[in-house]
Design a protein around this ligand. Structure first.
Ligand code: PGA
Length: 261
């Protein structure tokens, strides 16, 4: 069962996540971070950037692996996750660009890109902390409903719902690619700590299914229930369909001070 932390707002979530990452980097300055895109992790990245700058921290040894990438967007497309990770993460955190990896969505090499990415993660010694958002369909990464619970990095066809959800980042629905390459659910499970964030009413159903529903490929995020160390940070709206909020609040209020998230 994941730990569920209900917070009043995104800023509080961002502070908690940034704190967990800074704790990790205090123990391991070349830690391997699993990087999510989308709007959800942005408060965490912003807080991390400002705290690192304020404390004069050198993050140049941090290594990063993005969760996913669209297939077929031209090099340099502003909505490619390679571009988004550079703009939202690598540059503001002053990471070393060569240490930040995004799966390649180049159609020319797509057949081997998944295996290459898995090998790169293995070579780095695995991911220490994996940030996750969740889609309204219950995906993590781009593991759409029906994804194998043990899948590794590979190409998935996006659901129409995911394409509609992401159309806000593009000019129109037609411009949202049909396929993506994504870390698999098995890849995600290999990370040493999962931190999933969700905000807003639109995520409430997916969060309830992921945390309290049956573990099922029909709701891929439910696979986090199989992980030994998964933390779910949600605002009140995203928590609104959870059954056991009283217990989650009680457990968080009584958490021993020596335990980090
Ligand atoms: P969002 O996307 O953070 O933009 O809501 C999350 C996801 O689709 O995984």
């Amino acid at each position: 069962m994941p730990e569920v932390i209900i917070v009043p707002d995104q800023e509080t979530a961002g502070n908690l996540v940034a704190g967990a990452i800074l704790d990790l980097l205090g123990r391991k300055s070349d830690a391997v971070l699993g990087l999510a895109t989308g709007s959800t992790p942005l408060p965490a990245y912003r807080t991390l950037a400002s705290r690192a700058a304020a404390d004069g921290l050198d993050l140049s040894r941090v290594r990063g692996f993005a969760l996913d990438e669209y297939v077929g967007l031209p090099e340099g497309h502003p909505q490619s996750y390679k571009s988004v990770i550079r703009t939202e993460v690598t540059v503001p955190l002053n990471l070393t660009p060569s240490l930040v990896h995004v799966p390649s969505g180049d159609p020319e090499t797509i057949q081997t890109a998944g295996d290459d990415f898995e090998q790169a993660i293995t070579d780095a010694g695995g991911i220490d902390l994996q940030l996750l958002g969740i889609g309204t369909v219950g995906h993590i990464g781009f593991n759409e409903p029906g994804s194998s619970l043990s899948s590794l990095t590979r190409v998935k066809t996006l659901t129409m719902q995911t394409r509609r959800d992401n159309a806000r980042f593009f000019g129109s629905l037609d411009e949202v690619p049909t396929q993506a390459i994504t870390q698999g659910l098995g890849t995600i499970l290999r990370s040493r700590h999962l931190v999933l964030m969700a905000f807003g009413e639109g995520k409430a159903g997916a969060i309830a299914g992921a945390v309290e529903g049956p573990v099922s490929a029909a709701l891929p995020a439910s696979v986090i229930q199989l992980h030994q160390r998964a933390t779910v940070i949600v605002d009140e709206d995203a928590a609104s369909r959870l059954a056991h909020t009283e217990y989650y609040r009680y457990a968080w209020a009584n958490k021993p001070s020596w335990q980090s998230i």
